[in-house]
Design a protein around this ligand. Structure first.
Ligand SMILES: C[S@@+](CC[C@H](N)C(=O)[O-])C[C@H]1O[C@@H](n2cnc3c(N)ncnc32)[C@H](O)[C@@H]1O
Length: 307
């Protein structure tokens, strides 16, 4: 993608100057079971989205929670790659992924076999709005999927459910796109950031990315999904300049510092599909390091405190 170039700078400037006028348009199909979409998304490890996965993995890594031998639940797992990355790169010993799309679940279980991880990572067809689960997890992840939900109240219910399923020592991680301020900006951004999907003959991926940028929640909207009652400190990471993604982290109970260590060496990891993905990772790492960090502590009614 090669983000830090003239086009990216133009997008940043336009974003800084823009007033928010773009209303949200929910996804036309919340569940991804259309065959071309499933096929294209199954090729995601060939794209620069691996840099986006590295960001999610790195956020977990930097909090310093136990990952080696730990147990993970991945919500809306799609073709399963982020869940498989939890096992492969952070050494989770048991990973369960759930998605409502049967073809996605089938792809994910095939990918798990291909990655030789089927003993540690399994995928099931389940609606995350009605999760029937009694185990406790060390991490619950929900990546690139909040924008598939009908509204922010539903995301709040999901995060509340996640709170009941995660150990006190565990972590909840949501990463997602953030809706840009205007449709003009969104169109320019999708043409720019999505061009590799056209180059790689992934038309459905391009179309889905386009729809997703309109379905994404703004950071203000997503902050309303933080559980009203929580023993945890919640952290909202909001990139400055071009706010096209965001992350919400529910820290372990009693934990007050967000990051315990520097990023892992993702630039030399084999997670990346290409040199472009490595350079995107480097840009995204800087973006996260310079992002606005907003802390929420629902149980003490300190609703907002900038760090
Ligand atoms: C964009 S994909 C994200 C996949 C993956 N988490 C990632 O980061 O690559 C969103 C997924 O959410 C799934 N989904 C949407 N609504 C769902 C629901 N209510 N329960 C379970 N999965 C759902 C879709 O089927 C789709 O596979």
């Amino acid at each position: 993608m090669g983000i830090p170039n003239v086009k990216a700078l133009e997008l940043i400037v336009l974003s800084l100057l823009a007033k928010r006028t773009l209303a949200r348009k929910p996804e036309p199909e919340a569940v991804t079971d259309q065959s071309q979409s499933v096929k294209d998304y199954n090729r995601v490890m060939e794209t620069n989205l691996t840099a986006n996965y590295a960001v999610g993995l790195d956020l977990i890594y930097r909090t310093g929670v136990k990952t080696h031998g730990a147990k993970a639940l991945d919500l809306c797992s799609g073709p399963g790659y982020f869940a498989l990355c939890l096992a492969k790169y952070l050494n989770y010993s048991s990973v369960k992924g759930v998605d409502l799309s049967l073809p996605m679940v089938d792809s994910a279980n095939k990918n798990s076999k291909q990655w030789n991880l089927s003993n540690r990572a399994q995928f099931f067809r389940e609606n995350i709005l009605h999760i029937n689960e009694f185990s406790k997890y060390d991490v619950i992840t929900f990546t690139n999927a909040a924008h598939h939900m009908p509204d922010v109240r539903v995301i709040k219910q999901i995060l509340e459910k996640a709170q009941s399923l995660v150990k006190d020592t565990g972590l909840i991680l949501l990463t997602d796109l953030a809706r840009l301020k205007t449709s003009k900006l969104t169109e320019k951004f999708v043409r720019y950031a999505g061009r590799e999907f056209i180059e790689k003959n992934m038309p459905a991926m391009y179309e889905d990315f386009h729809n997703s940028m309109y379905a994404a929640f703004s950071p203000e909207e997503l902050s309303a999904a933080i559980p009203s009652h929580s023993d945890r400190l919640w952290v909202h990471i909001i990139p400055r300049g071009l706010t096209c993604f965001q992350a919400l982290i529910g820290l372990p109970v009693g934990e007050t510092s967000v990051f315990k260590r520097d990023s892992a060496q993702w630039a030399t990891s084999d997670i990346h599909s290409s040199p472009d993905s490595i350079s995107d990772w480097k840009v995204l790492k800087n973006v996260v390091n310079n992002a606005e960090i907003v802390l929420y502590h629902p149980s003490t009614n300190i609703s907002k405190a900038a760090a």
